[in-house]
Ligand binder design. Sequence first.
Ligand code: CDP
Length: 211
Amino acid sequence: MIVSIDGPAGAGKSTVARSLAERLGFRYLDTGAMYRALTWLAKNENVPLDKGATLGELATANPVDFDEHGRCFIGGKDVTAAIRRAEIDRLVPVVARHPEVREVMRERQRELAEDGDVVIEGRDIGTVVVPAAEVKVYLQADPEVRAGRRLAERPEIGADALATDLRLRDQSDAARMRPAQDAHEIDTTSLQVDDVVDQIEELVRAVHQPA
Ligand code: CDP
């Protein structure tokens, strides 16, 4: 069974998706980490970020992988920590907007999602990557709350810069960021992580009978 969780940065996707996967005994797939890893590799190999075809080839030649602990690898390197830097936050949308990149990434995401139960987190999972997902969720939250959550994760950046980064990223991601028609929208502004996970777990249990 596939559960998709989409939504903007700071809506709580990663925390919720990880916790839900753990509760249900499902695998967890973070598609944002994949775009981040490609961005890191492109920077590292000095590939210009405006060259969609070249970036697509780079992605094809270097499929992103995760180990059982959720560590992220590209080109044989563990990039788990490196992809969470502010510089990567800012550059990912520039890489992620190229159709050539998205095509390769989406194919890899479907490959990694194959076999068994999985919670997949991203921006376009319920709409494009796996439109057949049995449960689709779209998380939303007020911009100030999203910025506040991000600040807790990235205290080194500073509140103003972070709010600006988030706004710019929302604008670049806007074209791909919308709920699927059959997605359950949850506003997490005033909810605790566990409350959100409870709600989604209920949706999953309603359609999923464990073997
Ligand atoms: O955790 P956060 O929401 O900040 O970011 P992320 O999920 O790691 O995604 C980072 C960036 O990757 C997003 O801002 C998008 O530009 C891109 N992305 C995408 O285009 N499609 C996805 N399915 C996931 C991420």
